[in-house]
Design a protein around this ligand. Structure first.
Ligand code: FA5
Length: 341
């Protein structure tokens, strides 16, 4: 048996040494090392040998097989056979690629865009680094007006000719109101979605950086009834027909009259929880009829046109929609949280 193996080895190594093309190499590989190849069959025979011979012959045979395989690899390299030419079983199941999905806030944003475009609103964008003028002045909040304190933010180290800081990270999407009026005039219907910034101590329902949607409609004879109809449509489309909302007076210097809109807390079904401060109601948005001064800043005559505007936090809407009790989860990047949507 040992002689047979040695003879065999020499034959194969010689033949491999003479190979000049790939097809011949593949034939030899199959002939000797294939499933029914000669070396494979010989190795099987070793099992029938008496125990005292089996060990030594087995060792020799394995050594020969390793030698042949090494030679085969060297010849393949010489002939330029790459891994790509190896047999590839296309029927094997592939590796599963994990697919991501849209962030819950993006999902709510897309839904809002659909709701408002279906009501004839165009979707607008605006700069996050905003001038003091569009963020405050043109919204009837002059310098040193106490209303500025309600929305303290991050000022950029840049001063105008009067030596005043004139660039801010916008504190609300209302900053796009006058920009939209200047560009499109009246009549106008637009929804602005985007990120805003505040100097804010964070808690379960407050973030320092969050998203808002602003709605603005300007036309002849626009009244609070139009505002209510649009808000009602938004809430029903987002949360279903059972949703309850209520209005109470609210102060925003760019609307007159101004309101704050609350909805019944869907986290506790109105029973009271930390998110609704045990009241059963959550403040969702500010709104009102556009102040005549703001229309004037936008180049629109308040004697001819009137309008309404509102602004709401998209995180707050998403919290109610998905039953999330801590706003900080949205920007935590925690996959355990995100994978649930
Ligand atoms: C404003 O930002 C006004 N620009 C809204 C407005 C627009 C009024 C048009 C009138 C006309 P306020 O600061 O209340 O208002 O914020 C509006 C909404 O943003 C809140 O009702 C709430 O839903 C959300 N919000 C406010 N502060 C935070 C915060 N720190 N974290 C998360 N959401 C917030």
């Amino acid at each position: 048996m040992k002689n047979k193996l040695q003879q065999f080895k020499q034959d194969i190594l010689r033949q491999l040494g003479e190979v000049v093309d790939i097809s011949l190499l593949q034939e030899l590989e199959k002939k000797y090392l294939g499933r029914k190849g000669e070396l494979t069959l010989l190795l099987k025979d070793i099992g029938n040998l008496p125990a005292e011979e089996k060990k030594a012959v087995g060792k020799l045979a394995n050594g020969i097989r390793a030698e042949i395989q090494a030679k085969l690899a060297a010849v393949k390299q010489r002939l330029g056979v790459s891994q790509a030419d190896k047999f590839f079983d296309a029927t094997l199941p592939g590796e599963k690629i994990k697919a991501g999905h849209l962030h819950p806030l993006t999902q709510v944003q897309r839904e809002l865009e659909k709701i408002f475009t279906s009501m004839g609103f165009m979707v607008l964008d605006g700069p996050e680094l905003e001038s003091d003028y569009y963020n405050f002045e043109a919204l009837n909040i002059p310098a040193h007006h106490p209303a500025r304190d309600l929305q303290d933010t991050f000022y950029i180290d840049h001063k105008n000719q009067r030596g005043e800081y004139d660039l801010v990270m916008r504190t609300h999407t209302s900053s796009v109101q006058v920009r939209a009026m200047e560009r499109y005039g009246a009549p106008l219907r637009c929804a602005v979605l985007g990120k805003i910034y505040r100097q804010e101590a964070t808690d379960q329902r407050h973030e320092h950086t969050f998203y808002q949607i602003e709605g603005l409609m300007v036309d002849k004879d626009v009244s609070a009834a139009n505002l209510m109809a649009v808000l009602q449509t938004m809430f029903v489309r987002l949360f279903g027909p059972g949703v309850k909302i209520r209005l109470r007076p609210g102060y925003f210097s760019f609307v007159e009259p101004g309101v704050e809109v609350e909805m019944s807390c869907l986290l506790c079904q109105g029973k009271g929880c930390p998110v609704c401060k045990q009241t059963g109601w959550v403040e969702m948005l500010g709104a009102g009829l556009v102040h005549p001064n703001v229309l004037r800043f936008g180049g629109i005559d308040p004697k001819i046109y009137s309008g309404f505007a509102f602004g709401t936090g998209i995180e707050r809407l998403a919290m109610m929609k998905y039953g999330i009790d801590d706003i900080r989860l949205f920007h935590s990047g925690d996959l355990h949280f995100l994978q649930q949507f």
